[in-house]
Write a protein that binds this ligand. Structure first.
Ligand code: PEP
Ligand code: MN
Length: 341
């Protein structure tokens, strides 16, 4: 159930409603918007209904949340969009985040150099994987903690917030020391123990859509994180598997407006892993930005021919500034402004 408070409701009235929700064993998820406060009551619907909160002081109305993903649903925020502040960078609403960096952390020069390059071109955050999910068990799986230390150096030098992937909860502690946003890879979207831990860890999460996941499954995965009290989830469309074989994955652009219809959470698009080839990355980025994405996460490498992973899809470092400018123009078409730290 969702309890919509009056705009005039006092803090004491809000607290009283929360207490009553908790008194029947339900969990209260208050969401304080600019206009009104909405309190999600997640638990036995009958018990919450029996509280008769309709008549309680400060309460405007009590409505059932119709979707199975309660906290992720747009209804939960009374149609207000979530805007997150991540290390001084904003994302959501009218704020657009360009997240850029190499697929994989390879060396100090490659990592810190790329961070400077993308920062100068106007990027909002820096990405780079220290733990890499690879199709082949024989492939390079990242530098691990040594890679995290290089990301920390990149952050110290540029001030850019860091986005990096966590594959295994056993690595949570070192990742928390560096990451401003923890990425959950497509292959882990339904790793529910990982999602629950990240919900408890409280750090913002970039949740990538599984290769064959429906939007409802993506939102249910987000719900696992939100349910633990972490409201900062970024939904990421990164291409899905279809019958088409001419490119790596099919970037589902329709997911952008549909996710925004269904949820208040920001929507980020990854054109790199969808495309699999450099030539497609810019057109897909422009389309995503113009379609209203709240951000793009894109792979950039100073010398893609030598990249240990995903070189063919990386934007060449020297081309990145021009690319960023065009993405900025496309985002402006959708009424968004680039966010910088
Ligand atoms: C990545 O971002 O480097 C990555 C491996 O992405 P995905 O999980 O979407 O394949
Ligand atoms: Mn990659």
């Amino acid at each position: 159930m969702m309890i919509v408070m009056k705009s005039s409701a006092s803090e004491a009235e809000i607290e009283a409603v929360i207490d009553r929700i908790q008194s029947v064993g339900a969990v209260a998820h208050p969401s304080r918007g600019e206009e009104v406060t909405v309190i999600g009551a997640i638990g036995d619907r009958e018990h919450v209904a029996r509280l008769g909160l309709e008549g309680a002081p400060g309460v405007q109305q009590v409505v059932p949340i119709l979707k199975p993903y309660k906290l992720a649903s747009k209804q939960m925020r009374s149609d207000e969009r979530s805007v997150f502040d991540i290390g001084g960078a904003r994302i959501g609403g009218e704020h657009f985040a360009l997240i850029a960096g190499p697929c994989t952390v390879e060396s100090r020069e490659q990592t810190v150099g790329t961070a400077h390059l993308v920062k100068e071109a106007g990027a909002t955050m820096f990405r780079g994987g220290a733990y890499k999910p690879r199709t082949s068990p024989y492939a390079f799986h990242g530098l691990g903690e040594a890679g995290l230390r290089l990301l920390a150096e990149a952050k110290a030098e540029t001030g850019l917030p860091i986005v990096t992937e966590l594959m295994d909860v056993r690595d949570l502690e070192p990742v928390l020391e560096v990451a401003d946003v923890i990425q959950v890879g497509a292959r882990n979207m339904q790793n529910y123990t990982l999602l629950t831990e990240l919900g408890r860890a409280g750090r913002p999460v970039l949740l990538k859509r599984g290769l064959s996941a429906t939007l409802e499954e993506l939102l249910m995965a987000a719900e696992y994180i939100l349910k633990e009290g972490n409201p900062h989830v970024l939904l990421c469309e990164r291409g899905i598997r279809t019958f088409e074989t001419a490119y790596r994955f099919t970037l589902d652009l329709t997911a952008i407006p549909v996710l925004k219809e269904l949820s208040h959470l920001p929507v980020v698009v990854d054109p790199s892993h969808a495309a699999g080839r450099r030539a497609l990355v810019e057109p897909l980025s422009l389309a995503a930005a113009a379609a209203g994405a709240d951000g793009i996460i894109v792979e950039v490498h100073p010398n893609p021919a030598e990249a240990v992973c995903d070189g063919p899809q990386a934007i060449v470092g020297d081309d990145f500034a021009a690319y960023a400018q065009r993405v900025e123009q496309a985002a402006a078409v959708a009424g968004k402004v680039f966010s910088t730290v």
